[in-house]
Ligand binder design. Structure first.
Ligand SMILES: NC(=O)NCCC(=O)O
Length: 434
């Protein structure tokens, strides 16, 4: 690649000025924890590994290294087509870009279109996803840690408000470090009642910006003996609490020792009818369960949010596939959110998988994105930095895709209802022909 061609791609709207591959530039990391992760990941030698900016996301890596026409074609192949073209960038008010650069978070915005219909007007909704790292070390007083995160996320919510976001979703357990790896019970102190401090904080934001906000937290259920749940609270655009959903599937993999802390959810697959559309929440590990996704679809969801916390070594190859596949299979939009950074805990822990005792989970790789029912999707947010992803979507696309592909009409649910009914019985015999 020629020097000039290379230099011409060093400036992008999201990045501002970029340095060349090979330059040490920790400026793209927003927190010390994400810088640490960069140092760790970049200790692998090689020209691509030497450049944190180009590794900021898959899309930026490709944009940085590929000649422009090749990048265009690769984008088409990777992201699919919406209305015949790669999902378009959506112009946000300049002030929002200013907020992102002052407060050092990634900002990207796109719009998904649907065909014009004769009998229905477009149903335009602006969706926002926020991914964030923790702000203070995990050794600081818990209240300080929580309030520092609330302050940081509050700044990004303000940007979302100015960007005109209608429905905003935060990441899983957003008010705390993801301490479930440790199995130490002291972290239960981060659990809040449904109308606790973080909910009150978000109710004010919801009212101020006329915005529906989904707040995934560890919930303390006082009515049931202080049981803890992993819960997403849905706050309506008037600041009202519309309802809650509790995480259905609890991970039993790697350091995700979450069953030590909270119980399998008992709220089914609720769909929340908001003024902006019908939404649901599939919390993190639930994204590996196709029936879980399907159940939200059967209840009529038009947008399903997937607030997550997952690390590179475990799940990064799955990440771009699962939420996107769910959007396709269920004819709805999906917003997938993952936290960012490496969180280090005071005491070492093990998870019975033969690994030596360690103090961190590994790198939470961010990469939040939005997928559409027509199989198109946005590029993902940064792998290292806090970020706000905005997408304007036309919900008419859901029905248009249902009419085109007829996945729901051809589903043959009765076949599967019968099989599942047999399968859950103790005397089940697999249908195997020998
Ligand atoms: N938070 C959570 O459920 N993580 C599990 C790991 C994964 O699903 O990738």
């Amino acid at each position: 690649m020629g020097e000039n061609g290379e230099m011409s791609r060093l400036k992008t709207r999201e990045h501002g000025e970029m340095t060349r591959p090979g330059a040490a530039a920790a400026a793209s990391a927003s927190s010390s924890s994400s810088s640490d992760a960069l140092v760790k990941e970049n200790s692998v030698s090689g020209s691509i590994k030497d450049s944190p900016e180009t590794l900021d996301s898959l899309h930026r890596l490709l944009e940085f290294h590929l000649p422009a026409p090749v990048f265009e074609e690769v984008s088409r192949l990777l992201l699919g087509l919406n209305g015949g073209k790669v999902v378009a960038k959506f112009p946000l008010p300049e002030v929002v870009g200013g907020m992102a650069s002052t407060s050092k978070f990634d900002i990207q915005a796109y719009s998904f279109t649907a065909a014009k219909e004769e009998l229905r007007p477009p149903q335009l909704v602006r969706i926002g996803l926020i991914q964030n790292s923790i702000v203070l070390p995990t050794t600081d007083p818990l209240l300080d840690q929580k309030r520092a995160i609330m302050g940081r996320v509050g700044t990004i919510i303000d940007a979302a408000g100015v960007a005109g976001v209608n429905i905003l979703c935060l990441q899983e357990a957003w008010i705390m470090p993801f301490a479930f790896c440790t199995r130490e019970k002291s972290w239960c102190e981060f659990a809040e009642v449904i109308n606790g401090e973080s909910t009150k904080f978000l109710q004010e934001k919801a009212k101020k910006y006329n915005m529906v906000i989904i707040s995934p937290i560890l919930e303390r259920d006082e009515a049931h003996g202080s049981t803890i749940w992993n819960t997403a609270i849905v706050i309506g655009n008037n600041g009202n609490i519309l309802g809650k959903h509790r995480k259905n599937h609890i991970p039993r993999v790697g350091d995700f020792n979450e069953s030590t802390y909270y119980m399998e959810g008992n709220t089914g697959h609720p769909v929340f009818e908001t003024v902006y559309g019908k939404i649901a929440v599939n919390i993190c590990y639930g994204r590996h369960h196709p029936l879980n996704w399907q159940a939200f679809g059967l209840n009529g969801a038009e947008i399903v949010f997937n607030p997550s916390a997952t690390v590179g070594e475990l799940s990064e190859p799955m990440w771009p596939i699962e939420a996107r596949n769910a959007a396709i299979a269920n004819s709805y939009f999906v917003g997938a959110i993952n936290r960012v950074g490496t969180e280090v805990f005071p005491r070492p822990f093990t998870s019975g998988d033969g690994k030596p005792a360690h103090k961190d989970f590994g790198h939470f790789y961010g990469s939040s994105y939005i997928a559409a029912p027509d199989s198109s999707c946005t590029p993902s947010l940064s792998r290292y930095r806090d970020g706000l992803l905005v997408a304007e979507v036309d919900l008419n696309l859901c029905q248009q895709v249902k009419d085109k592909w007829a996945f729901r009409m051809t589903s043959r649910y009765e076949l599967y209802a019968e099989l599942l009914n047999k399968y859950i019985k103790h005397d089940f015999n697999p249908q195997v022909v020998t």
